[in-house]
Design a binder for this molecule. Structure first.
Ligand code: NAD
Length: 294
């Protein structure tokens, strides 16, 4: 019987943990929020009052926490001192590469198998069990990590050694942030030149400007009916979350010395958007800031 300790039952973690329970696994759950624990009980999980208690009989420990500081603290104070040594430890939060490598190193020094496995897909995929996981772990541990993640996943990709999952996540999201701004700038320029937005979309989506931000997540309302731009930029991927990931990318670039001039510009633009009070809106609302409509 797979016994899962799940720590962090927020917007993402609650649906992910529920999918583990639905798959018939025993889920012992902990969050600092009493409300989250009550919801876990309704979803066939066993809520407990501390992370230490959650992990004590687990063979898989999954964390889904806000940032690197939370992950380091929960690993040092609760997981490493209390989990059985044969447990697989998987952190699914989006955190800095350094923290991911630090907790994995400390875990493996104590005999645990550890992985970073950040996700792509947002709350809809978390609830639907269709997340994409980017996994950083030792080659020989991947099969067990993959088995543990299956009830929550559409795709599980081994990115490389510990930290590689987080590296893949922040590089992908830096590319996404830049491409959304670039797509929005192109729409704003097209408008200023008197070019119809739908005509621009029809042409660029079949020309060399084609990209995911344009054809799957169009910031201009209309051309892609399912995109958040058609719902006043509600739902989707919050601008504040995009800013968090862009900051992680810039911190990593500062550490390694990698040149990321457009990543830096994207961080500045999303900082302006969030400071203007639009952190809760979908990140494609950057188009309206560039058009001077906010
Ligand atoms: P959230 O703030 O909704 O949930 C985090 C949960 O962790 C909260 O319920 C909080 O009470 C709990 N928590 C904090 N410290 C804790 C501790 N010490 N012990 C136990 N519980 C603790 O955040 P979220 O949206 O679920 O995101 C979680 C992670 O997933 C973040 O790293 C985020 O960047 C990443 N992520 C989020 C999305 C998204 O669309 N929301 C998409 C991809 C990745």
């Amino acid at each position: 019987m797979t016994r899962i300790a799940f720590i962090g039952l927020g917007n993402m973690g609650s649906g992910m943990a529920a999918n583990q329970a639905k798959a018939g696994r025993q889920v012992v759950a902990f969050d600092l929020s009493a409300e989250a624990l009550a919801r876990a009980k309704e979803q066939a999980m066993t809520p407990v009052s501390s992370a230490a208690e959650a992990v004590k009989d687990a063979n898989v420990v999954i964390t889904m926490l806000p940032a690197g500081s939370h992950v380091r603290e929960v690993y040092m104070d609760a997981i490493l001192p209390n989990a059985p040594k044969d447990a697989v430890l998987i952190d699914c939060s989006t955190i800095d590469v350094d923290s991911a490598r630090t907790v994995a190193r400390d875990a493996s020094m104590q005999g645990f198998r550890a992985a970073d496995a950040p996700v792509s897909g947002g709350t809809v995929a978390a609830n639907g069990g269709t997340l994409t996981f980017m996994v950083g772990c030792r080659e020989q541990d991947f099969a067990d990590v993959e088995e543990a993640l299956k009830p929550m996943a559409k795709a599980i990709i081994h990115a490389g050694d510990n930290g590689a999952g987080q590296a893949a996540k922040i590089c992908n999201n830096m590319l996404l942030g830049i491409s959304m701004i670039a797509t929005s700038e192109a729409f704003a320029l097209a408008e200023s030149l008197g070019l119809d937005a739908q005509k621009f979309f029809d042409i660029a989506s079949k020309a060399s400007g084609q990209n995911w931000s344009l054809t799957s997540y169009c910031p201009w309302p209309g051309p892609v009916p399912a995109a958040p731009s058609n719902r006043d930029y509600e739902g989707g991927f919050a601008a504040a979350m995009m800013l968090k990931d862009l900051k992680l990318a810039q911190d990593a670039a500062d550490t390694t010395g990698a040149p990321t001039p457009l990543g830096g510009a994207a961080e500045a633009i999303y900082t302006e958007l969030v400071n203007a009070g639009f952190g809760g809106k979908d990140f494609s609302i950057v188009l309206q800031m560039l058009r001077g409509r906010l």
